[in-house]
Design a binder for this molecule. Structure first.
Ligand code: SF4
Ligand code: SF4
Length: 327
């Protein structure tokens, strides 16, 4: 606590000595006749006061940044809730343009370093950062890797590329290889965290994630690695996201807590339509790997399509079959 804070705390203590801020044990209350405040209580009160004061004194560019991130996150969630392909691609465009090239505001391994060290940015100047991280964590716990499926500018870029590039160029790794390669990102996450905790060198991010590319500011080695990655992505869809991304790995671990999971029907036991449609290798027979699923909606739109989904087709045919059997 600084001297200024301490003086302010004493002044506030004298003002607040008649205000029942927190219930104290009866004996203490009887001894002093007044509720008491610890230094931590006062510190917390001062911080709250500072937050209120600073939110009220935001300048126009900070307000614009908050509105920008709220619009992008809000639209991404709206597109997710509507399960609309068109809205999803609009959401991608917003993420690439605004979060990518304009703000370069992506969740990064550097954020994980900061959280591990308890070295968080001041709230006053980083409200968009808190909104992005907060939305990412909460949405992952509730629905899974929504951040990867809608908001991450790099993921959005590779998904758009995947639509634009001719599918004949694509190589689909066999399922057994795909599942093994998916573990690679967890190894990278663990390795980078061990390296950071051992050396304190956060600049390692430049060689394990390509998100800096939106700043257009890298050295020859960094650009060469990104070029190789983007060329490889032409042939293997979502290559970085599926096999190499440490942020995706961290979100994959959190997504094991997912509350609202994708529904599966009894018919999913044998039907392979969704498994083939999933670009993320997240469906294995009747099971969906929550850690790999990015809530892209592709399978969910099939479930809702009564002409494609075997579950609905069976239901529609059942009465006829029963009529034939009983005649
Ligand atoms: S896996 Fe990584 S790069 Fe891909 S969308 Fe998620 S955070 Fe972005
Ligand atoms: S197709 Fe389904 S299982 Fe695969 S990533 Fe999309 S939402 Fe998840």
């Amino acid at each position: 606590m600084t001297v200024t804070k301490f003086v302010a705390a004493c002044a506030m203590a004298s003002c607040l000595s008649f205000v029942p801020v927190r219930a104290e044990p009866p004996s203490q209350a009887i001894e002093t006749g007044q509720p008491t405040l610890s230094l931590e209580d006062l510190d917390a009160l001062l911080e709250e006061d500072e937050i209120e004061e600073s939110v009220a004194s935001l300048n126009s560019s900070e307000v614009a940044d908050i509105i920008g991130i709220v619009v992008v996150l809000g639209f991404a969630f709206f597109s997710f809730a509507r399960k609309s392909v068109a809205l999803k691609y609009i959401s991608f465009a917003m993420s690439i343009a605004y979060l990518g090239f304009y703000k370069s505001n992506l969740v990064s391994i550097v954020n994980i370093f900061a959280i591990l060290q308890g070295n968080l940015p001041g709230f006053r100047h980083s409200i968009p950062w808190y909104l992005l991280i907060g939305f990412t964590v909460v949405s992952t716990v509730l629905w899974g890797r929504l951040y990867c499926g809608r908001i991450c500018a790099f993921g959005a870029l590779t998904q758009v590329l995947d639509r634009l590039l001719p599918s004949r160029l694509r190589i689909d790794p066999p399922a057994w290889l795909d599942r093994r390669l998916a573990y690679l990102k967890y190894g990278i996450l663990g390795g980078v965290l061990v390296y950071f905790l051992g050396t304190g060198d956060f600049l390692i991010y430049r060689y394990v994630e390509p998100f800096w590319m939106f700043t257009l500011n890298g050295n020859v080695v960094m650009w060469t690695l990104v070029a190789i990655l983007l060329i490889a992505t032409v042939f293997v869809r979502n290559l970085y996201c599926r096999y190499l991304c440490s942020v995706g790995a961290a979100l994959g671990l959190i997504s094991n807590l997912t509350v609202f999971r994708i529904k599966r029907w009894g018919e999913c036991q044998n039907c392979k339509i969704c498994e083939k449609a999933c670009e993320w290798g997240a469906i294995d027979g009747p099971k969906i790997s929550v850690a790999e699923c990015v809530r892209c909606d592709d399978c969910e739109r099939i479930y809702h399509d009564q002409k494609k989904c075997v579950h609905w087709i069976v239901l529609q045919k059942k009465p006829r079959a029963q009529i034939i059997a009983s005649s």
